[in-house]
Design a protein around this ligand. Sequence first.
Ligand SMILES: O=P(O)(O)OC[C@H]1O[C@](O)(CO)[C@@H](O)[C@@H]1O
Length: 544
Amino acid sequence: MFPKINPTQTKAWRKLKAYYLTHHSMNMNELFDNDVNRFDKFSIEFEEILFDYSKNIANDKTIELLVDLANECQLSAAIQAMFTGEKINETEDRAVLHTALKSFSDEEILVDDENITPLVQVERRRIEKLCNEIHSGKWKGYTGKNIKYIVNIGVGGSDLGPAMVNEALKPYWLDGIKSYFISNVDSANLLEVVSEINFDETLFIIASKTFTTQETFTNANTIKEMFLEECRNEDFIQKHFIAITGNKQAANDFGILNGNIYKIWDWVCGRFSLWGSMGISIALTIGYDNYEQLLKGANSADQHFVNEDFNKNIPVIMGLLSIWYINFFNAQSEAVLPYSHHLSKFKAYLQQAAMESNGKNIDRNGFPVNYKTGVAIWGEVGTNGQHSYHQLLHQGTQFIPCDLIIPIGTHSTLDDHQNKLICNAIAQTEALLKGRTVKEVDGLANTTAENENYKVFDGNRPSNTILLKKLNPYNLGSLLAFYEHKIFVQGVIWNIFSFDQWGVELGKELSKSKLDSINKGGISGEFDSSTNGLLNRLLKLQVN
Ligand SMILES: O=P(O)(O)OC[C@H]1O[C@](O)(CO)[C@@H](O)[C@@H]1O
């Protein structure tokens, strides 16, 4: 296992702190003026992706010190430990091998003395077979019709990744197939989907690693009841329901036979699970070949992460710059700004991936951390965000590093729109960098001594720009893998366990006792006065 190092005790951390104190007012505009090669030096090309990190408050020395920090925190050993199946998720005693799901190599990876590579390959072949049967029309619904609607019922990692990818790759949807996602236990979600599908043309995917999650179980049971009410034959469940789970028995108890159960292992963390059977809704919607392209792009990014030097390694630099801002500049949040309508669900996916992973306050030695860890991630697709919160990004008092994700190629034929979209994105990075001085404001129309201050922008606000030649399955796979590994890099340096999620348990437990009280029809002062008051009001309003 790689060592458990408090980052603040490293030499590099101390040096970074000192460097921050003397250089935090470093001006990026001067850095550009003083180095004509800054863009070339601080950008990394990876296949069809360009990662430009030149618009950051960082120079050669900063990057050198950050890389030193990664080395002192034994990042290489940590990467090696994850990829070879060491049980780095110690609080759950699990290996973390979502990377194995993307691999196309026959290399052996051992978990508890079992080689998992063939298991992954078998499951992948099963997904391919399922796609072939559904897409060829060999798989029929109970009235003899083909499957037209794919409905994924899951929540958290069993929903967000697949839902985001399906949305991102809408231009690749196969003719005649439409996919839907039911995640919220709010019945509005379920009823909306039900109103758009026909049960006899639908494949329901019950996606739950544990098969015990309250929301998913409730939605799955309601759908099953509705389905049986319509077809009145339990045998038809096998034509319309499959499960993705590590809890075969619970799926059997639900009524799904083994042939319709696809496996997720405990060495796959839910929020990084879209690469395996959790991605069945993706494969069914965009076709198996495109789904494989997604995995291949991700696998290639994994290889980049494993093999590149840290100072040319996209996820390492992403993670280190983020640490620079969070731990030294005291950034409280990061904005992710995809300039693509199809990436509208990217932020929600990334929020779980980053915040469930690194929102931790106990270190790997079991002690409270004495430094900041994960921050809030937020954002909206461009240009919509520009007409909303970009005011705060440019002139607010918060320090918010931004990532702008810009696919260049478009799937539509409206080049004029695409050029406007991209130019808006690049202009935002320029405005964040340059700002606008009083002198520049002076020349503007209608500017007076009274209003000139309002038109001044400080600038010097950092951003990364990620250009993709096109938002296709391969490039999307690479992009997602980069963010996954950025999160991993941060977790290693913060010395926290990024792959458990104990923080979500308390709310789940407490909700059960509330439900018991409601079902009993009365509250007898068992909770705090606010909780009692809210529940009593609920009961009163339900009665009326
Ligand atoms: O797939 P399951 O077991 O239903 O869990 C769904 C989600 O719930 C969580 O455990 C947290 O609530 C996530 O980590 C997970 O992605």
